[in-house]
Design a protein around this ligand. Structure first.
Ligand code: CTP
Length: 408
C-alpha cells in the first residue's frame, strides 16, 4: 500500500538527533518520514552516536549521516550550509536541554547546531530530558526565547522517564512528531485561513447506563480527513464519536457520544465555519427510552422501540444561505446496494456540494479497514471514481476537491 503523504512527498527534512535516550525512537521517526516520501538527512551530535549508531539512520534513510563539522568530504557533500539551504523543515528529536540552550543563544559548535544556525526553513523541536532539567527556569527561559523567534515545539509529554521516575520530559511519540511536522509544513497551505469542521466515527445511542445501539465505524476516514485539511493549513475542528484513535496534532477535537450531542456540537461551530465534511456514521434511530438504571434480565424477550434521530446535514442545509460563511458541505453515503443512485439522491436531498459514495459491503472498503474505494459525485453531476487506496490517500483527494470548491 502506498504510504506517501502528499505534504511530505519529496520534501527535504533535516532530522537532528541529540544525545538522549529517546534517540532510539528517532530511528522510528526517520523511518516514518521516509515512508511518507520525505528525503531525510540525519545530523547527529557526538553524544547521540553514543545512543544509536549512525549506520542505523543511514540504513533507514538511504542517505549519508552528517556527524562532524570539519570533515572535508562531508563539508563538500552535505555541508552545514547546503543542508540548511535545501531543507524544507529542520526537526530536532530528541532535543536535549543542552542543545536547546545552544540554539537559544546562537552557539554553533557542532554540525547539528551549525546546520540549525544556517537553516532558513522552519525549525521544530521535540524536547526530551529529565523533568528537573525541563522544569529548570533556565530551560523555560531558553524555550521562551526560541518560541518568540518562531521555533515550533512538540512535547515533551508527561510519563515514565528513563530515570525510573515520572514527570514531564518524555519525548513525544514518533507518530505525534510526524504529525506536528505536517502541521508546521502545511501552515501556509491552500486552506490557510479557512475553518473546516470534520465529523468522524459512529454515534452511540444509549438505552440504559451501560448499553447502547451503535455501528461499526472506526473513525479512520474522518480522522484522516481532519489531518489532510490540517496539512493544507485549515483550522480544523474534529467532532468525533467514540474512536480508538488519537486526534491529529494541531486540530481542535470535540468528543461526543450520541447523534444529539454531535448535532449540538456541529450547530454550535457552524456559524464560523467555511466548510463541513460530514464523515460520521450518525445513527438514524435511537432507543425511544433510555432507562436510568441498568435493565435486568427478567424476560425471554426484550423489545427496543427506536425513534428517528434528527438529520444533522438537513439541519445544516436549513441554515445555509445568504450572509452565511459556510461555502462547502461534503457528505458521505455508505451503501450496500445501488450505491451511486442512493448517493445522488442524498446529494440533492441534503443540498451537498460533493458526496463521497462507498460500498461498505466490500471487504476492502468501508468500515474498520485501512483502505477505501470511493466515488465522488458533485452537485453538477460530475463523477470521479477513485481506485482502491489507503484512507489517508482518499482523504487527500477529497480535501483537494474541497480546496477546489472553496476557491471557485
Ligand atoms: N447524516 C447526518 N445525520 C444523520 C444521519 C446521517 O448528518 N442523522 C449524514 C452522514 O454523516 C452522511 C450523510 O448524512 O454524511 C449520509 O448518511 P447515510 O447514513 O448514508 O444516509 P441517511 O440519510 O441516513 O440515509 P439511509 O440511512 O437511509 O441510507
Amino acid at each position: 500500500m502506498d504510504t506517501r503523504i502528499a505534504l511530505l512527498d519529496g520534501k527535504h527534512i533535516v532530522l537532528g538527533v541529540t544525545g538522549g535516550i529517546a534517540a532510539f525512537k528517532s530511528a522510528d521517526l526517520a523511518s516514518r518520514l521516509v515512508q511518507a516520501g520525505a528525503l531525510v538527512d540525519v545530523v547527529m551530535t557526538g553524544a547521540a552516536t553514543e545512543f544509536v549508531r549512525p549506520l542505523t539512520f543511514q540504513a533507514l534513510t538511504h542517505r549519508p549521516v552528517a556527524l562532524e563539522m570539519f570533515s572535508l568530504l562531508q563539508e563538500t557533500d552535505i555541508g552545514h550550509v547546503s543542508l540548511g539551504q535545501r531543507a524544507d523543515l529542520m526537526l530536532i528529536a530528541p532535543a536535549t536541554a543542552n542543545t536547546i540552550a545552544k540554539l537559544a543563544h546562537g552557539l554553533a559548535d557542532n554540525m547539528l547546531t551549525t546546520t540549525a544556525l544556517a537553516c532558513r526553513s522552519p525549525l521544530l523541536l521535540a524536547p526530551a530530558m529529565e523533568s528537573g532539567m525541563w522544569g529548570n527556569p533556565v530551560t523555560t527561559a531558553n524555550m521562551e526565547i526560541l518560541r518568540s523567534r518562531g521555533v515550533c515545539t512538540v512535547g515533551p509529554e508527561s510519563g515514565r522517564l528513563a530515570s525510573g521516575g515520572h514527570g514531564y520530559g518524555r519525548m513525544s511519540e514518533p507518530a505525534v512528531i510526524l504529525d506536528a511536522a505536517r502541521w508546521v509544513l502545511g501552515r501556509n497551505g491552500r486552506l490557510a485561513g479557512a475553518a473546516v469542521i470534520v465529523t468522524a466515527g459512529g454515534t452511540r445511542e444509549a438505552f440504559d447506563p451501560v448499553r447502547f445501539v451503535g455501528n461499526r465505524s472506526s473513525g479512520k476516514m474522518g480522522f484522516a480527513l481532519a489531518a489532510a485539511a490540517r496539512d493544507r493549513g485549515a483550522a480544523v475542528t474534529l467532532i468525533h464519536g467514540p474512536a480508538a484513535l488519537e486526534p491529529p496534532y494541531g486540530i481542535m477535537a470535540i468528543a461526543v457520544e450520541s447523534c444529539a450531542d454531535m448535532e449540538r456540537a456541529v450547530l454550535d461551530s457552524i456559524g464560523d465555519a467555511d466548510a463541513l465534511v460530514m464523515a460520521a456514521a450518525v445513527a438514524d434511530y435511537r432507543p425511544e427510552i433510555a432507562a436510568s438504571q441498568k435493565i435486568k434480565k427478567r424476560d425471554d424477550r426484550l423489545t427496543l422501540s427506536l425513534v428517528r434521530t434528527s438529520d444533522i446535514l438537513s439541519a445544516v442545509a436549513e441554515q445555509r444561505g445568504a450572509g452565511r460563511r459556510l461555502k462547502a458541505v461534503i457528505g458521505f453515503a455508505a451503501e450496500t446496494r445501488d450505491v451511486l443512485d442512493n448517493a445522488r439522491e442524498k446529494l440533492t436531498r441534503k443540498k451537498l456540494d460533493l458526496i463521497v459514495a462507498n460500498d461498505v459491503s466490500a471487504a476492502d472498503s468501508g468500515f474498520e479497514v485501512d483502505t477505501n474505494r470511493v466515488t465522488l459525485i458533485d452537485a453538477s453531476g460530475g463523477m470521479q471514481t477513485l481506485p482502491l487506496m489507503s484512507k489517508t490517500a482518499a482523504a487527500e483527494q477529497i480535501i483537494d476537491r474541497l480546496v477546489a470548491i472553496l476557491e471557485r
